[in-house]
Design a protein around this ligand. Structure first.
Ligand code: NOJ
Length: 553
């Protein structure tokens, strides 16, 4: 089967409006990347000091997770002020310096924007709590009276994504909706001031040179809170979303993005945007349309079991969807919300589908399964070569280029994730993938900074460090560098052609005769004809071993 998704040749021209279609985007979680001032927290100057490392990787763009002022109730996704930098991370002038440094190195910058909720410390929410029921200040959020004789029961029995009720009570007895932590009150997108303010924010960062935006929980902004509120047992399943759920993926959300697109298109080149929208594949296309955000994350490969049939189905479906709406596919295995894939692939297969419904936040207390580290890394290396050979853009998460494993052994007392607290420890949460990067084999905080590290690094971290891998041609870091360099020369044009060898292999060709073949099976298979340019594990003569991808031309 041939897929001909709309794609353009990758270009190094900074004014190319289509730069994002084939881009390799590297996600930086700023508090855990590099710490320039020894306070144990990564910062913007730390990133600036590592621009050379980023260019040596061969990426096209950086996506920066929130760096805004925040009390960190949810790792920065609780924003106090959308148009400033957290003083612990730097200043607006550091931000300008970062933009200049990245652009000077030929890299683009995407920033996170968090429109579904502010933090409870945002001046709007402070004003809302201090204002009376029914006030204009409360209308920016979603306030309701409680139920029960004295109004001390929440307006509905809905759960927040992190566990516990989705409603919290204010001192005067009213309740506000928070789909995530109580420190993240949901905004009312029916309010014109809210809408206008986000347009101001888009312009603020675009004017400062930002090239694109990653839109947090893009599918939640518009809600139907017509009373009586349905009970949670009557809510449609999110995975079967058809626009009927009162909270997620409602049709009206697309009007917002049409408005955003007009603003983003005022710039030259137009600013890109990618939606984080957990919706079924068929509904994702709307978020990725040209008059909407343009691109949407596809987490299907991230959630798929290590199985050639499942991978192929995901790839075919997503390439077809991208072709239909003129977008380009996104591929991702890891980010700051899920267990690192080098660890996931080393876990025993979960018959209940371990990656569904947030169970990927694994390792609940006392139930850690044994991780087969060798298998995990081997599959992770095979997976990334497969992903990088696909048409579309690839999103990498800091540390995956080191083959970094999840840190499962963080002491409970040091955990920061609200998912841990709100689930009362049932979910260990996402801190294990957010531990500061190891840059050197030894030293305090393994070269992360001159001080400590805000999440404890384990002793084994040094062996995964950049320093440990730099000169080793067989290291995962070397594999990423070689793969990105080879891809840069080959990632052109549209589509792929499948070649059916065995059912446990995925083999396809790309324009220019580039072939990628992955062996998901237990036994080695014959390599196809062609010159091998790269393989994720050593070949066995003319055979491709298990859990290995090879590229040939
Ligand atoms: C998705 C972000 O990726 C996650 O880290 C955050 O907790 C939620 N959105 C809420 O903002």
């Amino acid at each position: 089967m041939t897929s001909t998704a709309t794609l353009v040749t990758r270009s190094d021209d900074p004014s190319d409006p289509d730069w994002w279609r084939q881009a390799v985007v590297y996600q930086i979680y700023p508090r855990s990347f590099a710490d320039s001032n020894g306070d144990g927290v990564g910062d913007l100057q730390g990133i600036i000091s590592r621009v050379q490392y980023l260019t040596s990787l061969g990426i096209d763009a950086v996506w920066l997770s929130p760096f805004y002022p925040s009390a960190l109730a949810d790792g920065g996704y609780d924003v106090d002020d959308y148009r400033d930098v957290d003083p612990r991370l730097g200043t607006l002038s550091d931000f300008d310096e970062l933009v200049a440094a990245l652009h000077g190195a030929g890299l683009k910058l995407i920033v996170d924007i968090v429109p579904n909720h502010t933090s409870n410390l945002h001046e709007w929410f402070q004003e809302a709590v201090a204002s009376p029921k029914g006030s204009a200040a409360r209308d920016r959020y979603i306030f309701r009276d409680g139920t029960g004789a004295d109004g001390n029961e929440p307006p509905s029995d809905w759960d927040s994504v992190f566990g516990g009720s989705a409603w919290a009570q204010t001192p005067d007895g009213q309740w506000y909706l928070h789909l995530f932590a109580a420190e993240q009150p949901d905004l009312n997108w029916g309010n014109a001031e809210v809408r206008d303010d986000f347009l101001t924010t888009l312009r603020f960062w675009s004017d400062r040179g930002v090239d694109g935006f990653r839109v947090d929980v893009a599918h939640a902004l518009v809600k139907d809170l017509t009373e009586p509120l349905p009970s949670k047992s009557a809510l449609p399943r999110q995975s079967e979303s058809n626009g009927a759920h009162p909270l997620w993926d409602r049709e009206g959300v697309h009007e917002i993005y049409t408005e955003w697109r007009k603003v983003l298109n005022e710039y030259d080149p137009p600013r890109s945007a990618v939606a984080e929208a957990f919706v079924p594949a068929a509904r994702r296309a709307r978020y990725a349309s040209a008059d909407g955000l343009g691109q949407a994350f596809n987490f299907d490969l991230l959630q798929a079991d290590w199985d050639s049939g499942k991978f192929r189905a995901v790839i075919e479906e997503n390439l077809a969807l991208a072709e239909e709406n003129g977008s380009s596919s996104t591929w991702v295995f890891s980010n700051h919300d899920v267990v690192r894939h080098a660890t996931r692939y080393g876990l025993p297969t979960d018959p209940e589908g371990a990656w569904q419904d947030g169970k990927a936040w694994l390792l609940s207390n006392g139930t850690e399964p044994t991780v087969d580290v060798e298998q995990g890394l081997r599959r992770a290396r095979a997976a990334v070569l497969l992903m990088l050979a696909l048409p579309g853009s690839a999103y990498l998460y800091q540390g995956e280029e080191l083959g970094l494993q999840e840190v499962g052994e963080l002491p409970a007392a040091s955990l920061q994730d609200p998912a841990y607290f709100r689930s009362k420890g049932a979910e260990k949460g996402r801190d294990g993938c957010r531990v500061p990067l190891p840059w050197t084999i030894g030293g305090l905080s393994f070269g992360f900074g001159s001080g400590g590290s805000h999440l404890l690094q384990p002793t084994w971290f040094g062996s995964y460090s950049v320093e440990a891998q730099e000169g080793d041609p067989s290291s995962t870091l070397s594999l990423y560098r070689k793969a990105l360099a080879v891809r840069r020369g080959l990632q052109t044009g549209a589509g792929l052609d499948w070649i059916d060898d065995t059912e446990w292999a995925l083999h396809f060709t790309r324009p220019g005769g580039w072939q990628s073949v992955t062996n998901f099976g237990a036994a080695p298979i014959e390599l196809p004809e062609g010159a091998v340019v790269l393989s994720s594990s050593p070949l066995e003569g003319a055979k491709l071993p298990t859990d290995t991808t090879a590229w040939l031309i």
